[in-house]
Design a protein around this ligand. Structure first.
Ligand SMILES: Nc1nc2c(c(=O)[nH]1)N[C@H]1C(S)=C(S)[C@@H](COP(=O)(O)O)O[C@H]1N2
Ligand SMILES: [Mo]
Length: 238
């Protein structure tokens, strides 16, 4: 795939958007709509990006560094580990967003880094405490500015694995796109160059080798997720 330039924004403009605070975003684009709804309680699934960005979300307590158990994490892959050339890797973000974009790893590395020590829980009966390093998915969302119509986030992976999430979970401050594991670069079998990590969802929701993120109004037929389409519960919350 030849490198493609972002369609609406150049990389610098897109990254500059990251400097914009959540409040700045609201004041600039949807203050009236938001203030009209302040105080109203509604199903988180019905909330827009602008509302969710400022809505306080409960944080899951982190584990101490001493709890990390590198041997407990079992590689659990649906098919095989895909081969990804980091120089040719691009992450596409599209769908119901104002600024669809395609970013290479150099651009992605400019997003402010963070990390979390959390428990990874696989429904197949194992769990592991892992430290994931990367950046917040909400920072990437701020760059592309999901439209009010965006309610779900769809993830595509290089191994054809698919996932679909509710917008609130995707924007949770502890939901990361990770490129580091236990203080080291993320190994290929664990999802390099980029995988999902969050303490609020089960292991099967945490796509490895993410190549495309689509903000959507609906989940397409057959698009709930690789395991969900075979009967796993969709929300996959912990
Ligand atoms: N792309 C992709 N992501 C995936 C999977 C997969 O097969 N393909 N397996 C899922 C499951 S069931 C689990 S438990 C975790 C396992 O992550 P790990 O292999 O890093 O332990 O990845 C999840 N993400
Ligand atoms: Mo799993």
């Amino acid at each position: 795939m030849p490198p493609q330039l972002p369609s609406h924004l150049n990389r610098r403009q897109a990254l500059q958007l990251l400097g914009m605070s959540g409040m700045g975003y609201l004041l600039s684009s949807c203050s009236n709509e938001f203030t009209a709804q302040v105080g109203e309680l509604s199903d988180p699934l019905n909330r827009s990006f602008g509302e969710l960005l400022v809505k306080p979300q409960q944080l899951i307590p982190e584990f101490p560094k001493s709890a990390i158990d590198p041997k407990a994490l079992i590689v659990n892959t649906y098919d095989t580990t895909p081969e990804i050339d980091p120089d040719r890797y691009r992450l596409t973000i599209d769908g119901e967003v104002k600024f669809p974009i395609e970013l290479d790893l150099t651009a992605l590395k400019q997003i402010p880094p963070t990390s979390i020590i959390m428990q990874h829980v696989c429904v197949e009966g194992w769990a592991a405490i892992v430290q994931w390093g990367g950046f917040r998915l909400r920072d990437l969302a701020t760059m592309v500015q999901p439209k009010d119509s965006a309610r779900y986030v769809l993830f595509q992976s290089a191994d054809k694995y698919t996932e679909s999430w509710d917008l609130a979970s995707a924007l949770h401050p502890q939901t990361l796109l990770a490129d580091r594991m236990n203080g080291q670069p993320l190994p290929a079998e664990n999802g390099a160059p980029l995988r999902l990590a969050t303490p609020i969802k089960l292991g099967y929701k945490l796509s490895k080798w993410v190549t495309k993120i689509t903000f959507a109004n609906q989940i397409p037929k057959g698009g709930k997720g690789s395991w969900e389409e075979q009967g796993y519960e969709w929300f996959g919350g912990i």
